[in-house]
Design a binder for this molecule. Sequence first.
Ligand code: C2O
Ligand code: CU
Length: 473
Amino acid sequence: MSGNRIADLTRRSLLRGAAALTGATLLPRQVMANPDFRLIPKPAKVALIGKPHPETAVWAYNELVPGPPIRVQQGDRLKVPVENQLAEETTVHFHGIRLPNAMDGVPHLTQTPIAPGGEFVYEFTVPDAGTYWYHPHQRSAEQVGRGLCGALIVEEREPIRVDRDVAWLLQDWRLQPDAQIRNDFGNMHDMAHNGRVGNTVTINGNVRDTFAVRSGERIRLRLINGANARVFGLSFAGHRPRVIALDGQPVEPHEPSDGRVVLAPGMRMDLILDMAANLGERFQVVDNFYRGLTYRLIDLVYADTPYRDHIPDTPIALAPNTMPEPDLNGAQRHEVTFNGGMMGQMMMQGRGMAGMNMRDMMHSGKIWFINGVAMLGHVMDPMLTLTQGHSYVLAMVNETAWWHPMHLHGHAFRVISRNGAPIRYREWQDTVLMAPRETVEIAFVADNPGDWMFHCHILEHQESGMMGVIRVT
Ligand code: C2O
Ligand code: CU
């Protein structure tokens, strides 16, 4: 465990070398007008940390970490040929997009995985504006953990006015002192605890020291958590970010509770950051989600000249997307219970685990259970079969001692209560973070036919059982 801690990797000294990258934090625009655009996953070398550290051997789309950002407009048709130059099968999942099932990128369930040397063309219309991302769904813990993922941004037809639209794709790496990825994917400890929490966080593929801003600017900051397991809890010193969208879906603009932005793997958050401090000032963005693992992510550094003298008071609320509203009175209710994982030295007891001891568990690779079933691989009888067009409430009961960001494919759902208390903004999300022993209710209309994955986005939990199929028919 000790090797996994940020503090152990002399992050300070690693950071010095990256100072030169200041200001490069804006994702370049890659509009899909380019007819030759394709994604090519393959091994590559990239400078994650910067000099004097060597480059890191990764798996990357088009040799870029993160992969090329895809930007389209709401309602556009997106066509992405994928040419697999890895030595193993892969797929691409467009996380959060409500697309047809056959384009969902789940191996064996929705498509034959793309063989090494093979190709698959993803093509679909993007119904909703917002911040999304793409990543493999084949052996995701290792394929994502080695670098495969990218931003997918769907612009509003009538965007709000901001001075800069910036995306930060956050990734978390477990690096050795030689800057190479530690090859301990799929180990029992990660799977039965927090997942593969690493020791090096990158923003758009680099360890960064500063983000240059100017007094008077309004920035739309799109955060994407592409980490295997790390949950971020970000505080922006001296600033009051307002949330305008969660998982791509607009929400009434508001400051997060305690001012802290909590973002679990798979989740996205759009913030409005008004840069109202003085010329030349510097503020830390700190991640303090895990007790004892607090670190400074980056500094906001004000230029010596202002952008303008005050921030214009233009509206920041986004136009809603097109989700059908669930009918809470007529909704059918299902309870979904989560068990498993370690608690101190003990395996958690619960449904599905009767008669299993730890050794059985480790041998079978079954560590996490949904309604008593640990799903390994992507094909299984559905845990729920829902009728197309009907409304459902899922009461998710986390009986484990761990955090779990639960992701549903093909839909967005409203989060309506936590531990029985109604949620103020009833956010639309596709990935909802459950605290240890928390009960979370979500509601949605099952309007998209097909077999959809429902899984924890801590990829080590997913791989060791915390996954199920929800069928809409
Ligand atoms: Cu982002 Cu099933 O995944
Ligand atoms: Cu989990």
